[in-house]
Ligand binder design. Structure first.
Ligand SMILES: [Zn+2]
Length: 271
C-alpha cells in the first residue's frame, strides 16, 4: 500500500476567503487591502491491494471555458499540462478507468472538477452534500463554490454514487483507509480520510474542514466561505481530537507551507 500526493497546480485568492477577517477596516485604516495568496490544489492516490483509491479530484482542466466568470476572477486556477489530474495519474501508469474508489471531501469547484472522469469507481460523498448540491442546481438557485458545469458533468457521467448517510460516521472502505463523515460545516456535508500505512505512519486528510493552521490556532477561525459556522467549529474540534487520539498527522486542505514539505508523486511516495 502506497500513498501518492498529486500536485494539481494552484489557485490564487484573497486570504479573507480562507481565514475570515485576515484584513479588516478600522477607523484609522479604512482600506486595509488584501492578502493575495497562492494555495495548492492537490489530490491523494492510494495504491491499495484492493484497488486504487483517490481522495478528491481537483479542478476542471477546462475551467476557463466552464467556470462562471465570478469564480474565474475570485479564485483563478493555474496548472501546467503535467499537473492536471488525468496527467498526474498517467505519469504513474494509471488511467481514470483504473480507479476503483473515489472519496470526495465535498463537491466544491476545486475538488469535484475531474470527478466525471471516474466512471468505474464507487464515489463516496456525504449524502447531504450530494442532495443539496443537486437540489440547488435543479432549482436554479444561486451557488457559490459549487460549479454548475461540474454538476452537469458528473451527473451526465452516470457515476456509481455511494452516499454516506447521517448514521455513518466512520467507514473503513479498505484496510487502513477510513472515511470520516463529519457533517455540515464548510459545506453541506464534509468528509475526511484517515490513512494508516504499513509503516504505521498515519495521515488525516481534512481538506477544507481546515484550510490551514490559522483556521485552528490560536483559536478556531472560520473561512470567509462557510455554510454552517457552528458545524465548522464542531468539526474542527472533532478532527483535532481524532488526530490526537490516533496520532495521525493532519494534512490541511490548502496550506502552501505544509504542501511544499510533502513528498510529491514525481519524487516518491509514502509507504
Ligand atoms: Zn471547499
Amino acid at each position: 500500500m502506497k500513498l501518492y500526493v498529486l500536485d494539481n497546480g494552484k489557485q490564487t485568492t484573497d486570504k479573507n476567503s480562507l481565514v475570515s477577517n485576515s484584513t479588516f477596516p478600522t477607523i484609522d485604516n479604512l482600506n486595509p487591502g488584501y492578502i493575495w495568496l497562492d494555495i495548492p490544489t492537490h489530490t491523494f492516490l492510494i495504491d491499495h491491494p484492493d484497488g486504487y483509491i483517490l481522495f478528491d479530484t481537483a479542478c476542471d482542466p477546462d475551467w476557463k471555458k466552464n467556470w462562471v466568470v465570478s469564480m474565474q476572477k475570485l479564485s483563478p486556477y493555474t496548472a501546467s499540462e503535467v499537473q492536471l489530474l488525468p496527467n498526474r495519474l498517467k505519469q504513474l501508469g494509471i488511467s481514470p478507468a483504473d480507479i476503483r474508489t473515489v472519496i470526495m471531501s465535498h463537491l466544491h469547484v476545486d475538488h469535484a472538477g475531474c470527478l466525471y472522469m471516474f466512471k468505474n469507481a464507487t464515489v463516496y460523498v456525504d449524502d447531504a452534500e450530494f442532495t443539496n448540491v443537486v437540489r440547488q442546481y435543479s432549482l436554479g438557485e444561486a451557488m457559490f463554490a459549487h460549479m454548475q458545469s461540474d454538476i452537469e458533468h458528473f451527473l451526465a457521467a452516470k457515476l456509481h454514487w455511494r452516499p454516506m448517510m447521517a448514521d455513518e460516521d466512520i467507514l473503513e472502505v479498505a484496510k487502513g483507509v477510513k472515511i470520516l463523515r463529519t457533517g455540515p460545516g464548510h459545506s453541506f456535508g464534509m468528509q475526511s480520510m484517515h490513512v494508516t500505512l504499513p509503516s504505521g505512519k498515519q495521515f488525516l486528510m481534512v481538506a477544507d474542514a481546515m484550510y490551514m493552521p490559522e483556521n485552528v490556532t490560536p483559536k478556531v477561525t472560520v473561512p470567509g466561505n462557510v455554510y454552517d459556522t457552528m458545524g465548522y467549529k464542531r468539526t474542527v474540534r472533532y478532527l483535532l481530537g481524532y488526530a490526537q487520539k490516533t496520532g495521525a498527522q493532519i494534512l490541511y486542505g490548502h496550506d502552501m507551507v505544509q504542501f511544499k514539505s510533502l513528498v510529491k508523486s514525481t519524487e516518491g511516495c509514502y509507504e
